[in-house]
Design a protein around this ligand. Structure first.
Ligand code: PLP
Length: 364
């Protein structure tokens, strides 16, 4: 095995190239138009949502979701302390206050009891992150009830969850009033940068469309009924996205196979704990594990030309936030969490090589 096995890499094929080339032969504006509409339609159909609005990325999508729901400066919004930093940053941008809450040790999604305990008179919303495609063990219905009982807006940050479903059949992202996805590289599908919002609410869909297009009353006019910005997509990205969406069902299957193979082959390693998935419903994006002797393992794997990546550190401890608090699970992940090679093109042989190397490391 001579090639370096990276932790993640994007995957675009000839179909994407042809799609862009054929678009460039047409007389197009390149900005959002028919291809973007088709891409949105494909996502809406796949997720079963009534509406899909694509935007530039999965950070601004969360900002727009919050603004569309009327969240504003000073509002407290509950977010997990274990997530990509975009989740709290997306609301910090307009002065809302992220309230960090610890996550469940099994799923790395918000802990419901700790979420309840964090609710104050200033709390207006919860952003539930489906970590690596998983849903909270407490159940999504418990979160829906918690939000309803406390008059809170439930927004789902499903950036990592395209291809993952709740046991009741709904695609993740459909439980909240708005669900947000990211197509940054390398998600299960990617448009380089990109994101989208799904909702079943017609008025919310209308607001989101105004917000991303300068508050225009309709496309191509300069009449503005509300304040809006420019968070639009491009047809070139949509050309890629359409081809990527066609590949999604096969990728979902392969991601599950990859995870199963890792699970079987690492079952005997007591110093490593693979975070669980119920493959009937959810699709692992990354192979996430908790390990003993993390730094030594990383160095050993590097010598074997295997790339890994540290899982997200506790956000409350990041220089950008520095918020006090006791977050046992997040802290544990900060110290011991690791992502193993997870890219969609990884071969079975490469997985065998990675798992053999890990087995050998712990046998020494
Ligand atoms: C949970 C979560 N939220 C938000 C984002 C931000 O998405 P983007 O990179 O498209 O801005 C990411 C990106 O990985 C993410 O994992």
């Amino acid at each position: 095995m001579t090639d370096f096995i990276v932790q993640m890499k994007p995957f675009f094929g000839d179909e994407e190239k042809r799609s862009i080339a054929s678009y460039m032969d047409e007389d197009g504006f390149i900005t959002e138009y028919k291809r973007t509409e088709l891409f949105e339609k494909m996502i809406a159909e796949y997720t079963g949502s009534k509406y899909c609005v694509v935007v530039n990325n999965g950070t601004v999508s969360l900002t727009l979701a919050a603004i569309a729901m009327g969240l504003k400066f000073g509002d407290e919004i509950i977010v997990p302390n274990y997530t990509m930093i975009a989740t709290p940053n997306s609301i910090k941008i307009f002065g809302a206050v992220p309230i960090f809450v610890d996550v469940e040790p099994e799923t790395l999604c918000l802990d419901i009891d700790k979420t309840k305990a964090a609710i104050t008179t200033k709390t207006r919303a919860i952003i539930l992150v489906s970590a690596n495609g998983r849903y909270p063990q407490a159940g999504i219905k418990a979160f829906e009830k918690l939000a309803k009982d406390n008059n809170l807006i439930l927004i789902e940050d499903a950036a990592q969850s395209l291809g993952s479903f709740y046991p009741d059949g709904r695609h993740i992202g459909r439980a909240g009033i708005i669900g947000s996805f990211s197509f940054s590289s390398p998600k299960i599908i990617s448009t380089g940068q990109g994101g989208c919002l799904i909702t079943d609410d017609e008025e919310v869909n209308y607001k989101l469309r105004r917000l991303k297009d300068f508050g225009r009353s309709a496309g191509g006019t300069d009449t503005h009924e509300s304040i809006g910005y420019n968070f639009k997509f491009t047809e070139l990205q949509a050309c890629i996205g359409i081809e990527q969406m066609k590949k999604l069902p096969a990728r979902v299957l392969r991601k599950k196979e990859i995870w199963k193979r890792y699970k079987e082959q690492l079952a005997g390693v007591t110093s490593l704990n693979l975070f669980d998935h119920n493959l009937k419903y959810t699709t692992p994006w990354f192979i996430d594990v908790k390990v003993k002797d993390r730094e030594a393992l990383i160095s050993y794997l590097l010598e074997k030309k295997i790339g890994t990546r540290l899982m997200y550190p506790s956000i409350n401890k990041q220089e950008a936030y520095k918020v006090p608090g006791n977050f046992i699970v997040t802290e544990d992940i900060s110290l011991n969490g690791l992502w193993l090679p997870s890219f969609i093109q990884i071969t079975d042989n490469e997985i065998n090589y990675v798992t053999d190397s890990i087995n050998n490391f712990y046998k020494r």
